[in-house]
Design a protein around this ligand. Structure first.
Ligand SMILES: *Cc1c(COP(=O)(O)O)cnc(C)c1O
Length: 461
């Protein structure tokens, strides 16, 4: 097999996700023959550092020996079994571990097989729980401006990224939206905490006025990923938890992107010391090995579905692959790796190196809003920093960064004009420094390039 052969076969039969396929007439797909640790390798032996953990999932890099071994052992024991009415050891052990690790009070695990499906489950469960308690008027959901919760129709209704939702508007039930606490929007001199408190005022008013029709508020705790790694202060989560309790509204924490130590604590909610009513996890749950998601919830919610006679009071939602044993075994092996270092020292050390490297970018003329939460770093490429003039996204300078970094052996995938880093936790300090230096060189190259007309295309997450 050669790179060329595989690319030709791909072009004949594949339809890639999140892609205008016509782009691939000029931008080749990247063939990957094998991967190990942070490295992806093509058929010519060319290597790329996976600096975005393959869309934020491979937290321990690729082909981790302990996860591989766990998966191989599981394969010869039980590859799959129906979870309705049946059970198996890996799913019970995984649920026990998750309950022990998650914010206190989340005592039940309901499984699905991807992030969007977990969001559908949480939305349905929230509304159904109120209904079971005689509150059938609570059917609306509140999300933040710039939110991303997945791309199935229910998830799109609480997603505020027009690129993904606009076309399908006729299929989507409109939901409620409030301003984001994203501190890149804060006026000069206003701290992230002050800004979070200010932005919360609209949420407070909405909940006060309309709580009778609101089932839940859904947020991405601390980092709005697909919006371009927009970050906010944890005080927003504390205020939100208090208000949701005060007004009788559920809080759904979508930690699909930020769960499992991405923010420097095992869960982003831990930074605020709060327990949501629903916690959605996926992406890093199986360390990128297999699709799986889980919605964790409280005893109160669970009991609102428990009934002796009424089947319809039960939560009858299901997915064919619910609780797959191979996925559960991979997830358990990943959690074992956290257990080897309960202080998360590795993640903290990596975050420290990231902070040092990002600090060097403060005076770069085309780099603004340098920001970091745990092991997520990001900045925005701008035309004129002093005048706060962004680049027109239609110039696709993010795509140029992608291409230039790839040529230097680093996989980055800017979102519009936002360049971000989501390294696997096994990356070394030197490798991370190299990644950020390559990114800056790629930004320099992209910013120096002439504006090539107004390409109607876009750079996608
Ligand atoms: C990726 C993501 C989802 C959707 O997960 P999929 O597995 O891609 O369906 C939902 N919410 C957040 C915050 C995400 O980052």
């Amino acid at each position: 097999m050669s790179n060329h052969d595989l690319m030709q076969r791909d072009l004949a039969v594949l339809w890639h996700p999140c892609t205008q396929m016509q782009d691939h007439e000029s931008i080749p797909v990247v063939p990957v023959a094998r991967a190990s640790g942070i490295w992806l390798t093509d058929f010519d032996g060319k290597r790329y550092i996976d600096a975005i953990s393959s869309w934020w999932v491979n937290i321990w890099g690729h082909a981790h020996p302990q996860i591989n071994a766990a998966l191989k052992a599981q394969l010869d024991t039980l590859e799959h079994v129906i979870l309705a009415g049946f059970t198996h050891e890996p799913i019970v052990a995984l649920s026990e571990k998750l309950v022990a690790l998650a914010p206190a009070g989340l005592s039940r695990c309901f499984y699905a097989d991807n992030g969007s499906a977990a969001i559908e489950v949480a939305l349905k469960m929230s509304m159904h729980s109120w209904r079971n308690q005689g509150e059938s008027g609570k059917t609306r959901f509140v999300s933040l401006a710039g939110s991303y919760h997945g791309e199935t129709l229910g998830a799109l209704s609480v997603t505020d990224i027009p690129l993904f939702s606009e076309t399908y508007a006729p299929l989507i039930t409109p939901q409620l939206r409030v301003p984001s606490p994203d501190w890149t929007l804060a006026p000069a001199g206003v701290s992230p905490e002050q800004f979070a408190r200010q932005q919360f005022a609209v949420m407070e008013t909405l909940l006060q006025e309309r709580h009778a029709e609101i089932s839940a508020v859904i947020v991405e705790p601390l980092v709005q990923g697909a919006a371009g790694m927009k970050m906010y202060h944890p005080v927003y989560l504390q205020l939100l938890r208090e208000a949701c309790t005060r007004y009788g509204v559920h809080l759904i924490a979508d930690e699909i992107a930020v769960g499992f130590a991405r923010t420097g604590k095992l869960f982003a909610c831990d930074h605020a010391g709060i327990t949501p009513d629903f916690l959605c996890l996926s992406k890093a749950l199986t360390a990128g090995y297999l699709p799986m998601s889980v919605v964790m919830t409280t005893d109160d919610i669970y009991r609102s579905f428990y009934h002796r006679y009424e089947t319809l009071k039960g939560f009858l939602h299901s997915h064919s692959f619910t609780g797959n044993p191979l996925a559960a075994a991979a997830a358990l092996a990943s959690l074992e790796l956290f257990a080897e270092d309960p202080q998360l020292l590795r993640q903290q050390a990596l975050a420290q190196v990231m902070a040092e490297e990002l600090a060097l970018l403060a005076d770069h003329p085309h780099i603004a809003h340098v920001r970091q939460t745990g092991v997520i770093g990001a900045f925005d490429m701008v035309q004129d920093k002093a005048g706060n003039v962004p680049f027109d996204w239609r110039e696709r300078r993010g795509l140029k960064v992608f291409q230039s970094a790839l040529a230097q052996g680093v996989l980055l995938r800017p979102i519009g004009n936002t360049v971000y880093f989501m390294p696997p936790y096994v990356m070394t300090a030197d490798e991370l420094r190299q990644v950020i230096q390559v990114a800056v060189a790629a930004v320099d190259e992209a910013c120096a390039a002439p504006a090539v007309g107004r390409d109607p295309g876009v750079s996608l997450p």
